[in-house]
Design a protein. Structure first.
Length: 169
């Protein structure tokens, strides 16, 4: 009999707590809607661009490959960009155009690669002769993080990148 009373007391107590929990938690009335926020600025969120002109001091001669390399420290090239984003490099061309790297004209070649925190440029001649120091070249680096990569955008065409991502020069 004592077990039945204890069991009954537990059931009644649990039911009372459940009823209180269900009926006592009422949400208040919903207040009026706040004013609309302002529109954000058009342009690029998270897309990093940088333009630089090289000098003799930027380039290091590499005898084993008969080339010059320039190492550009660029913090926007994160490990997630390396894994799933993209880095594009363009060289300033005639009439203000940007030519995508890698670039090849005659025997002249300009290549690039990147890794976390760095963009590497390489200037070489395809005939295995020593090129002159490539001072005075202008480059534009565009870093697109993974969440911003858009399908069907030709990343080797700066004009298309500029339009697709709202890049402002």
């Amino acid at each position: 009999m004592k077990k039945i009373r204890t069991l009954t007391a537990i059931l009644i107590g649990s039911a009372a707590i459940l009823c209180l929990a269900i009926t006592s938690c009422n949400k208040g009335d919903r207040g009026p809607e706040g004013p609309a926020g302002t529109n954000g600025t058009n342009g690029v969120s998270n897309i990093q661009t940088s333009t630089l002109t090289t000098t003799n001091a930027n380039w290091t001669y590499v005898a084993s490959s008969k080339s010059y390399t320039a190492n550009i420290t660029y913090a926007a090239v994160t490990s997630s960009v390396v894994d799933k984003g993209t880095v594009q490099v363009f060289m300033g061309g005639p009439s203000g155009t940007w030519v995508a790297l890698p670039y090849s004209y005659g025997i002249e070649q300009i290549l690039y690669s990147y890794r976390t925190g760095e963009v590497w440029l390489e200037y070489t001649y395809s005939d295995n002769t020593v090129p002159p120091i490539p001072s005075g070249l202008t480059f534009k680096i565009v870093v697109i993080p993974p969440g911003m990569v858009k399908p069907n955008v030709n990343v080797h065409d700066y004009s298309e990148l500029k339009q697709a991502y709202g890049i402002v020069d």
